[in-house]
Ligand binder design. Sequence first.
Ligand code: ATP
Length: 428
Amino acid sequence: MVPLEKIVALCKRRGFIYPGSEIYGGLGGTWDYGPFGVELKNNIKREFWKSIVYKRDDVVGLDAAIMMNPQVWVASGHVAAFTDPLIECKICHTRLRADQREEIEDHEKTHKGKKGQWTEPKKFNLLVEAKLGVIEDSKQKIYLRGEITQGVHVNFKNVLDSTRMQIPFGIAQIGKAFRNEITPGNFTFRSREFEQMELQFYVNPKEADKWFEYWKGERMKWYQSLFNDQTKLSFHQHEKLVHYAKKAFDINYDGREMEGIHLRADWDLSRHSKYSGQDLSYLDSETGGKYIPWIVETSGGVDRTFLFLLMDAYKEDGDRVFLKLNPKIAPHKVAVFPLVKNKPDLVELAHQIYKNLKLETNLTTIWDDRGNIGKRYFSQDEIGTPWCVTVDFQSLEDSSVTIRDRDTTKQERVKIEDLLSYFNLKLK
Ligand code: ATP
C-alpha cells in the first residue's frame, strides 16, 4: 500500500492538489485542485455522468443551488439532529451523544480494546452557516448544503411536471457539499468542502428491494471499470441504520468508505410534503393509485474517488514513478515531443502533429520540449499520460512517429496519418 505522504507530495509537486489558500497559511479541511487535478476530477465526473445519465433513458440530470431555503434543512432533519452535545471518535469519526454511556462503551469495544479517543463534548452543527442579504441587521441565516441530496428532492415535482419521466426514474447531480467536520484529515478524505456525485432513484415501494440490489451492482461495476486492483473494492453493510433508512451499504476502497448506497424509503418526500405543504405523492397513470415514492440513493464522493484512484494508480519502477490511471480518466491522453529542439523541420512537424491532436478535445494533448527525452517520459509518467509521441529524424523521411506506452515503456512506430484512429481505438 502506497503511503499517503507519497500521494500528498506527488499531488503538490505535480499540480494535482494544493492546500486551500496556502499562501495565507491555509484553511483547515479545504483543498485546491491544480491544472492536472482539475482534469482528473472532471474526467471522473464525466465518466459518472456518462454512465448514469447519457447511457440511460431513465435518469435525467439536475444542478440545484447550493444555498437553499433554510426550511429544507429543518425538513430533512439536519437542523434538529445536531443540537445535542456530541463527541466524535478520533479513530473512525463515529459521533455519539455525550450522554450515551452504553453506546460509548460498546463503541470502544469495536476498536478491539483500544480505548476510543474522543473529542470533547460539543454542541455543534455540521451545517456550515452563512448570512444572506445586504443590510447588516436584516441578514438571513442560511446553510451551505450539507449534502447535495435535498436539492434533488425539492425538485422532484418540477422534474415530473416538466419532463416525460415516470416512475421508476432517477435524477443525477454532481456538486459541492459543506460540512463542519470536527476532525478533517487524511488529506482530502475528510474535508469541509467536498464534491458529491449522486443518483436519487424514485421507485414504487413494492419494487424498492429489486432496485436497491440493481443499483448496488451497477455502482460497483462502475468503480471496477476504473480501478486496477479490484480486490480492494468491497461492500460494507451497515448494521445500525439511521432511523429513516431501510438498508445501507457502502462501497469501500481498502476498507474505507467511498460511496454510500441507501434505501431512504419515503422519508425525504414525506418530510418535504409536510414542511412545504405541497403534495409530493405520485399518481400512477396505469393503476390510478397514489403513493409517496421510495428512494434508492447512491452517493459517491468525487474527492475520495480521486484520492483512492491515485493510490490505486501509483507505481514505482526503480527511479520511475508512474500513475497507472485508466486512460479514460488520465488528465492528458497524449504528449508530443520533438526529439531535439534545434532542428526547425523536426520541431515544425512535431508542432503540426500536436496542433492536430489538440483539436481532438477528448485526447487533451500536451506539448513538451524541455530537457531530454528520458526526462520528458518520466515527467509524463508521473502525471499518468498513457502515450508519448516522439517526432524524430526518421519521421521527416517516412512520416512515422514513435509511440511509447506508459505502463510497459514499449515503443512502436505508427504512421502520422494513423495516429487519430490509433488513439481513438485505444480509448474505446
Ligand atoms: P463518513 O461516515 O465518512 O463521514 P458519510 O456516511 O457521512 O461519510 P455520506 O453522507 O453518505 O457520507 O456522503 C456520501 C459520500 O460523500 C461519502 O461516501 C464520501 O465519499 C463523501 N463524503 C462525505 N463526507 C465527506 C468529507 N467530509 N470529505 C470528503 N468526502 C466526503
